[in-house]
Ligand binder design. Structure first.
Ligand code: ZN
Ligand code: ZN
Length: 297
């Protein structure tokens, strides 16, 4: 049984960073591709990864924060104009349908203009979206089968963002878990049990404090005050290492870095400091467009 391939599209967060786009990753098994989250820049990264949007028929959203959803309109249009002939299927928490309908509504004139210009060359179905809002459950709930991939969702703790989901994808004996945005969460640890790869958000407390101080020193007291709330609903690098250890995952990939450090340099080098003392498996500080295989090649 062949395994899966994971491509990180965006490893950043809402804080702007030149190296890191908003959240997004593609999981591939055979000819099937599942896009998980579509934050700012993720659609553009698809091209850079050599994955044309028209080849993606399934999208899963973890939650409705902007850094996970705002490339969805471009993705839908690129997929459709790129030749998609069947509707896109979307899974996500409550709020997903409103988000998708809202983006489609904003694009209504664009869609009308393109049909007026290109007529039957464009598929009527290719711009349609079938949305399944899935319940948020403490334990894994099976939500979809896409080719060889079985997709489960589970609730994570990103309060006051309720509901917020994580996903686990299994193909044969290969397994990958996407944390979504969460603070330390038993549901995530349980869902990650013995997984080959856990792709987790992570906040480095020390680097975060340095960045906050820089913003304060620059005189932006309002932004610094907003940043004070950020640690409330994210997992520190220590938390993430503990969850990976307790779940017994083989490999830990940090994505959705807070703060989004540059790809190179002392901050990137220091991001995972201390984690290997807690989690003994492989730890990777993710970068946009990084790709790796999960399970048998
Ligand atoms: Zn986020
Ligand atoms: Zn979030």
């Amino acid at each position: 049984m062949a395994g899966m391939e994971v491509v990180l599209l965006g490893t950043g967060s809402p804080l702007p960073n030149a190296d890191r786009c908003g959240a997004g990753q593609v999981i591939i098994a055979g000819d099937d591709r599942v896009l998980i989250d579509c934050g700012w820049g993720a659609a553009r990264r698809l091209f850079a990864a050599g994955i044309f949007p028209m080849l993606v028929d399934t999208v899963c959203f973890t939650h409705m924060h902007s850094d996970h959803i705002t490339d969805m309109p471009d993705f839908m249009i690129m997929r459709w104009v790129g030749g998609a002939q069947k509707p896109l299927t979307v899974y996500g928490p409550t709020g997903t349908k409103r988000m998708v309908d809202g983006f489609l509504d904003a694009l209504a004139d664009d869609i009308r203009f393109r049909f007026a210009h290109h007529g039957d060359k464009l598929s009527q179905d290719g711009i349609k979206v079938i949305v399944h809002e899935v319940p948020a459950t403490p334990d894994r709930a099976h939500i979809a089968e896409v080719g060889a991939m079985q997709i489960d969702s589970f609730e994570v703790d990103h309060f006051p963002v309720v509901p917020a989901l994580g996903f686990r994808l299994d193909a044969g004996s290969a397994s990958v878990v996407i944390s979504g945005d969460t603070k330390k969460c038993d549901n995530l640890t349980r869902a990650s049990q013995d997984a080959d790869v856990l792709i987790s958000e992570a906040m480095n407390d020390n680097i975060f404090k340095v960045m906050r101080q820089r913003i304060l020193d620059a005189g932006n007291t309002r932004q610094a005050a907003v940043m004070d709330d950020v640690p409330d609903y994210h997992a520190t690098t220590t938390d993430v290492a503990e969850m990976a250890r307790d779940a017994g995952v083989k490999k830990l990939v940090l994505s959705h870095l807070i703060p989004p450090v540059p790809n190179e340099g002392p901050l990137a080098d220091a991001f995972a400091n201390g984690m290997s003392e807690i989690f003994k498996g492989e730890i990777v500080v993710g970068r946009d467009l990084m790709r790796f295989t999960v399970g048998a090649p």
